[in-house]
Design a protein around this ligand. Structure first.
Ligand SMILES: [Fe+2]
Ligand SMILES: [Fe+2]
Length: 137
């Protein structure tokens, strides 16, 4: 399994970490299902999980943005834009269009998603750490 949650992804903000871990979990589930070689077609389950991943991403971004608004985070617009760009990217990949028989395409997509999420966590989410730790106390 290549998507391992790492301690270095932790912001120290409990609810945010919980949500980030959940994103990783869904990614891992998709990856594992896609790499299964048991001769059965897991198409429906995979499409379902991709929808779940999209929904959860939207939920998480919304939650984060709400907290940042409450805390009067100065860099909120740039942060929101980064979220939006990722949502656009996810929407480009319509689950129904994914040919699960082309495992490599699916794996590449999941790898991109998880890499993006971890990059965003350490690169962008970490910037609000101190502020939210103070305000969510
Ligand atoms: Fe986040
Ligand atoms: Fe974020």
């Amino acid at each position: 399994m290549i998507f391992k949650w790492k301690e270095r992804f932790e912001t120290g903000i409990e609810e945010i970490d919980k949500q980030h871990k959940r994103l990783f979990e869904i990614g891992t589930q998709i990856y594992n299902l896609a790499s299964k070689d048991d001769g059965t077609d897991h198409y429906d389950a995979i499409v379902g999980l991709i929808h779940e991943l999209k929904d959860y991403t939207v939920y998480h971004f919304r939650y984060e943005e709400e907290q940042l608004e409450k805390a009067n985070y100065s860099d909120i617009e740039a942060h929101k834009m980064e979220h939006q760009r990722f949502i656009d990217k996810l929407n480009e990949t319509e689950a129904e269009d994914i040919d699960v028989n082309q495992k490599q395409v699916l794996m590449d997509m999941i790898e991109f998603i998880i890499n993006w999420v971890s990059g965003h966590i350490v690169g962008t989410d970490f910037k609000y750490r101190e502020l939210l730790m103070e305000t969510l106390k």
